[in-house]
Design a protein around this ligand. Structure first.
Ligand SMILES: Cc1ncc(COP(=O)(O)O)c(C=O)c1O
Length: 390
């Protein structure tokens, strides 16, 4: 991996230390150029004509997304963000009173809100898989739950928003496949930073966003739908003319591919931008990205673990490029001030985004640093010194 080249592909990186790829990362120049170019063409030819003219580039998006996660283009739907993908997947499941959803303590806040909302309408039960002392999922407890309940859905967030934990979606997926239980994975924080392979995870649905570790534009995401789910005829409850054809007065026919999960209207310029971000990641290769990211995080975690008064909050036998910490005696505002004055881009995680996890940890906020492959080891050292001095 040519880090210098990768850094020069970013406009005006300057002397900032950008550590917020878990929030909204930095796009490569080529991503922005593709969007601008598309918009300028749209300005001249109008949106509908341009879709015809750029048909090949538009369909390349499905190819790039599929390549990144080990799928086929027909299993990919463009969505407006990860939550849009998640809602569409959830809405395609025919929940009835008494159904059970099995999920985890570390599932994303909006997913938890949606489960509770479903519970209010359908009186479903939401059951959580226990976590082990080290933060990993208790897989034998999951097996017990499967024997006890016959869940309609198992839903697991691969990497939560508020810590560097990696949940063992491969183990859960293997069991779900054996038991023929529907499996939905929120891979919003993992696609682009970790190897995410739907053949290994064996999920029915997988959701992600464009703007985070994928380095795409805001307002984009995609949904993977397995062959099995397509063949079984799942489709979103509020399907539109992009996903189905109104064939007779009281009849519609769904599309064969995962495009049945799309709405007709799309921000094509942004889709083209996301496609370029995917192409960029595919060209560098996830193997290189994953191994370089590991080096960055090992350095940062070791540096911070050695500092007096710094408490790191990431559990789990496997962690990734999200590090959450607090420094004894320092308020959020004080840390913010020091980072801002040193040009460190970061974010904070508030309890409302991880209620169960933060309750277990006894905190209501943490600083979140999320380096990505355009960062350097020197930046990891510099930010560690800034934290030591603050
Ligand atoms: C784990 C996880 N899932 C889902 C989302 C929602 O993503 P979006 O805002 O693109 O809908 C986030 C956003 O932070 C997230 O961290």
């Amino acid at each position: 991996m040519n880090i210098e080249q990768i850094r020069s592909d970013i406009s005006n990186y300057g002397n900032k230390i950008f550590l917020n790829s878990a929030g909204s990362s930095l796009m490569a120049k080529s991503v922005v150029q593709k969007i601008e170019q598309y918009l300028h063409q749209e300005e001249r030819s109008g949106g509908y004509k341009l879709v015809e003219l750029r048909e090949e580039d538009i369909s390349d998006f499905y190819h790039q997304a599929a390549t990144l996660i080990g799928a086929n283009p027909k299993n990919i739907a463009f969505t407006h963000d990860a939550t849009d993908a998640y809602i569409k997947a959830l809405s395609s499941i025919n929940f009835k009173n008494g159904d059970v959803i099995i999920t985890t303590d570390d599932d994303y806040a909006s997913n938890q809100i949606q489960f509770i909302s479903l519970q209010r309408r359908f009186d479903i039960s939401i059951i959580k898989i226990k976590t082990l002392q080290n933060g990993d999922l208790d897989i034998s407890h999951f097996q017990e739950l499967l024997e006890k309940y016959t869940p309609k859905l198992v839903a697991v967030t691969h990497v939560p928003t508020n810590s560097g934990l990696i949940q063992n979606v491969e183990a859960i997926g293997k069991i779900c496949k054996e038991q023929q239980v529907l499996f939905l994975v929120d891979a919003c924080q993992s696609v682009g930073q970790l190897n995410v392979d739907v053949q290994e995870i064996k999920c029915d649905f997988l959701t992600t966003t464009g703007r985070k570790f994928l380095r795409g534009p805001r307002g984009t995401g995609f949904l993977y739908v397995s062959d099995k789910a397509l063949e079984k005829g799942y489709y979103p409850l509020f399907i539109d003319g992009g996903g189905a054809i109104w064939s007779q007065e009281n009849q519609f026919e769904i599309l064969q591919s995962a495009k049945r999960y799309e709405t007709w209207e799309k921000p094509y310029a942004l889709l083209i931008g996301l496609s370029e971000a995917l192409r960029y990641a595919n060209e560098i290769g996830m193997e290189g990205i994953v191994s370089y990211n590991k080096k960055l995080m090992t350095r940062l975690r070791e540096n911070l673990a050695g500092l007096n008064g710094v408490r790191i909050f990431d559990n789990g036998s496997r962690t990734c490029n999200i590090l959450t910490f607090r420094k004894e005696g320092k308020s959020l505002e004080e840390i913010e001030k020091v980072f801002d004055s040193n040009n460190v881009y970061f974010s904070d995680s508030q309890k409302e985004w991880g209620v169960i996890d933060f309750d277990k940890k006894g905190i209501d906020w943490a600083i979140r640093l999320s380096p990505h492959y355009f960062n350097t080891l020197a930046e990891m050292d510099k930010v560690s010194e800034i934290i030591e001095r603050m």
